[in-house]
Design a protein around this ligand. Structure first.
Ligand code: NAP
Length: 517
């Protein structure tokens, strides 16, 4: 059986002692093990700071961009191998695995190209020189430089490829070395991806920790950055870790989110069709294990019957099963424990909403003769409440990380939809399907401060509109409140977390010559 090593101090290393097992969630078979016990994580961080840091900060933006382009190509060259690993270890259908892997190479390529706009220098100017005394010679110039430490990336199990790449693209372009820790349960794909990348990475610029986090955070220093994606509980532990607090290292948290889709009662046919299409995609893609998947569907009472009928018809065509088999459109959850957590959450939601389709005992529509009893399968599930819910209802507060979403019927007014969505207390993304300008304006103004991203679909863009769960490198990923308060991506904004702003004050013309070099 494969033992996943970590890539630290520029070499592959094995932990000893207690191991974590990685499963095939379709069958329950053990695929690999990993361990971080006994690894010297203090020296691994120091190596990245001392060797990887200078290597990157001495490179121009153009050179860093070229590295990102090479990384993108190296991942693309391994696409088929990585897809297979996603099918085996993460329960991905081929489409789900491509979503993750192509998302990784696309994001790296996007940032690689973006670097071309930053030129041959390695310092960014933030604004124009500001005169600070009479005469004009004495000025202040704000500049942005890479923070001097390591970017520690701790990722969730659901995107083993994209999770590494989207964070690494921004950190490396900003000039910070990366130590990436994927979730143990789906690390097989991340491990293979880093194997493909190590031959092209300058020494110390990319490290990989496969297995539990160990004492990593005990060695964090002030100039490091911790970017975390995962549950709110773990996010809180990281934020309040004594050494993280003591050191003052920067922390970015991407956590739970109860994303919504809102349908305007007057939505035209094309807009309505996009709502149905997107809702089905968001509930079933990656078996609902996306931080941006929809959890709450705000449906006007007058269109309730129509929406239920159309969604149920689509669910009826969803074939659940081993994602390596032809015809399967939805795989299992990533691990048996995720299935257990999803079913526990579902039983809480059922105290507040009735099952319209699926549910814990829902009959899985699988291929004939295929036994699904050994796998982490959950039936796509649609629930419905009686009407709007109280702010403290689990419908607004409990994220069931699986193919589960709840319809909340409302009176059709933007005011009531906004009130309900706000009860989620901060989300990554919500979407509004409307053609009525008044409804749209009221919803956008009412919800923008509660979100990192809002997707607005009307009949003119309905056909081409991207499903709201798709995160693109051009736009912000993150959200306020419950969603963690973090910000990633968003084009060049994504580098902000990894940069220190410094105001250089002095002799203007001389400074300009020195800095521009
Ligand atoms: P998780 O249990 O919080 O784990 C996330 C990562 O944190 C894993 O790499 C895990 O390592 C590590 N970890 C566990 N305990 C830690 C500790 N004490 N200190 C530091 N790191 C620690 O979350 P998950 O189950 O993988 O992911 C599911 C959750 O992630 C969902 O709630 C979902 O909403 C959220 N999510 C959010 C986003 C977003 O962008 N906002 C994206 C995807 C997922 P091990 O695996 O080794 O335990």
């Amino acid at each position: 059986m494969k033992n996943l090593q970590s890539f630290l101090n520029g070499k592959w290393q094995s932990g000893s002692g207690k191991t974590t097992q990685l499963f095939n969630p379709s069958t329950g078979a053990v695929l690999a093990t990993c361990s971080t016990e006994g690894l010297d994580l203090k020296s691994a961080l120091e190596f990245a700071r001392q060797v990887g840091g200078p290597a990157l900060s001495n490179m121009s933006f153009a050179e860093r961009g070229a590295l990102l382009v090479e990384m993108s190509k190296a991942i693309h060259a391994q696409r088929e191998t990585l897809i297979e690993l996603g099918q085996q270890n993460a329960g991905n259908t081929r489409g789900d695995a491509k979503f993750d892997i192509d998302g990784a190479s696309h994001t790296l390529m996007h940032y690689g190209k973006l670097a071309e706009t930053l030129g041959e220098g390695n310092i960014l100017f933030d604004g124009e020189p500001e005169p600070v005394a009479r005469g004009g010679r004495l000025v202040g110039q704000h500049i942005l430089v890479p923070r001097g430490g390591v970017a520690i990336h701790i990722n969730a199990f659901n995107f083993p490829a994209w999770g590494l790449a989207e964070k690494a693209a921004c950190a490396l372009l900003a000039g910070m070395p990366v130590l990436s820790k994927p979730a143990s349960s789906t690390a097989l794909m991340t491990h293979a991806l880093v194997e493909a990348l190590t031959p092209i990475m300058p020494e110390g610029t990319l490290s990989l920790l496969c297995g539990s986090v160990g004492d990593l955070l005990d060695h964090v220093e002030w100039a490091d950055v911790i970017a975390f994606t995962g549950s709110a509980d773990t996010g809180e532990k990281i934020r309040s870790h004594p050494q993280v607090l003591r050191s003052g290292a920067a922390v970015n948290i991407e956590a739970d989110s109860l994303n919504s889709m809102i349908l305007d009662p007057d939505a035209e046919d094309a807009t309505y069709d996009a709502f149905i299409r997107h809702a089905h995609t968001e509930i079933t893609q990656k078996s609902g294990q996306k931080c941006t998947a929809v959890r709450r569907l705000l449906v006007p009472r007058e269109r309730l019957e129509e929406v239920i009928e159309d969604l149920v018809e689509r669910f009826g065509r969803t074939v659940v099963g081993d994602p390596t088999l032809d015809g399967v459109t939805m795989g299992p959850l990533c691990t048996p424990s995720q299935k257990q957590a999803a079913l526990e959450g579902l039983s809480i939601l059922q105290e507040h909403a009735k099952v319209i389709y699926g549910g814990p005992d829902g009959e899985l529509k699988s291929q004939k003769g295929v036994d699904l009893s050994g796998g982490a399968f959950v039936c796509p599930t649609l629930l419905q409440t009686e009407g709007p819910c109280q702010s403290d209802s689990p419908i607004h507060n409990l994220e069931v990380f699986g193919p589960v979403s709840t319809i909340i019927p409302f009176d059709g007014s933007a005011a009531e939809a906004v009130k309900q969505v706000r009860y989620g207390q901060g989300c990554l993304v919500s979407s509004i399907y409307a053609d009525n300008s008044k409804f749209l304006k009221e919803s956008i103004l009412g919800l923008a401060a509660w979100h990192g991203r809002l997707v607005v679909v009307d009949e003119q863009v309905a056909e081409k509109a991207l499903a709201p769960g798709l995160v693109t490198p051009q736009l912000l990923h993150g959200g306020p409140g419950r969603a963690g308060g973090g910000e990633e991506l968003g084009g060049l904004r994504g580098m902000k977390l990894y940069q220190q702003r410094c105001a250089i004050q002095g002799n203007g013309p001389k400074l300009s010559r020195l800095i521009k070099g």
